[in-house]
Design a binder for this molecule. Structure first.
Ligand code: UDP
Ligand code: MG
Length: 321
């Protein structure tokens, strides 16, 4: 038997895009020399996505469907996909055809050459607006400056891992607050990148808005960097220095002109100092929130039903843990 490639597709309210996605992807998968399985992860869609997926699964036994009990988010869907895939190579992609399936043969060629991780890098993103592009560039600048691991700019959730790398992700990267793309880039192994042009979404609309992206960015920074925690130390040093200078100044005026007045200075300084203090307490609070979430160890996802998925698949899934 030839090698097996698992294509993992996260689906959330994509009923308008699924048919076209399936047709295009299947055409490409059928031509491969590799065996394939096409694993759709339905992330609690509220529309007709699940019944469409079930139809695909009924027609083609290589189509497998995992369906979550509710919406757990894109990353949870990809993690479930990794857990349930059995391929020698696992490719994660979106269901909206923004990640063109035409690149699958090229990815597999890289795998055959011996690469273990293939990161797909966007060269152009037609559908993203100006604001999204600027914030995305800014985000990568900040995260690269703050953390000791390096991130590829414009990396996408379109990537492929081999069996060994997938095993590491399954076993050791089960964090609740996480950035999967970052993990893929930082577990090492032989890796390469392929550039691709992101197409426009075929149908439906983006599930990420700026507010979600902001929350996502903050989490990522806290996941990969302890630098914000050190702000407290720096703020302490700065205040001590400021205090010392003001003390010298006060002594000087006291000797020269007598007791100094300075109501305004006091009020401004107190407000300023408290602002810094509360900010730092807030940052510590955010880290504690992450600790608490990890400690509770709630499942990353809950599978409600499956189609064409064998019993032995997903041994490492959340239910068993
Ligand atoms: N998605 C998901 N769960 C979510 C949000 C999105 O599984 O909670 C899927 C969605 O169906 C799509 C992919 O993740 O296949 C990327 O989402 P989207 O296209 O909305 O993001 P964008 O491409 O705009 O960044
Ligand atoms: Mg998309």
């Amino acid at each position: 038997m030839g090698k097996l490639v698992s294509v993992v597709v996260s689906v959330y309210n994509e009923e308008k895009a699924l048919e076209q996605f399936y047709q295009e992807t299947r055409k490409i998968l059928d031509l491969l020399t590799w065996e394939y399985e096409l694993l759709f992860v339905n992330d609690g869609s509220a529309d007709g996505s699940l019944s469409i997926l079930k139809q695909f699964a009924a027609q083609n036994e290589k189509v497998k469907v995992l369906s979550f009990s509710r919406n757990f988010g894109h990353e949870a869907a990809m993690i479930a996909g990794l857990d349930y895939s059995r391929g020698d190579c696992i490719i994660c992609m979106d269901a909206d055809l923004q990640h063109p399936p035409e690149y699958i043969p090229e990815i597999l060629r890289k795998m055959e050459e011996g690469y273990q991780i293939v990161n797909m890098v966007r060269t152009r993103n037609d559908s993203a607006g100006l604001i999204k592009r600027i914030t995305s560039a800014g985000f990568y600048k900040v995260i690269n400056a703050l953390s000791d691991v390096k991130f590829e700019n414009n990396a996408s959730d379109f990537f492929a891992v081999d069996r060994q790398a997938a095993e590491v992700l399954r076993q050791d990267y089960r964090e609740r607050v996480r950035f999967l793309r970052g993990f893929v880039q930082n577990i090492g192994f032989k890796k390469t990148t392929i550039e691709f042009e992101a197409r426009a979404r075929v149908a439906g609309e983006s599930k990420y808005n700026l507010r979600k992206l902001f929350a996502f960015s903050m989490n990522t920074i806290m996941c990969f960097s302890n630098m914000p925690l050190r702000l407290g130390i720096y703020a302490g040093i700065c205040s001590a220095f400021l205090g010392f200078v003001v003390m010298l100044y006060t002594l000087y005026t006291w000797i020269k002109v007598g007791t100094p007045s300075g109501y305004a200075t006091i009020v401004v300084l107190i407000c300023f100092m408290f602002a810094v203090l509360f900010l730092i307490v807030g940052i510590i609070g955010e880290y504690i929130a992450i600790l608490f979430t990890e400690l509770k160890g709630r499942p990353i996802y809950i599978v409600a039903e499956t189609k064409n998925v064998e019993q032995t698949q997903g041994e490492r899934s959340e239910k068993v843990q």
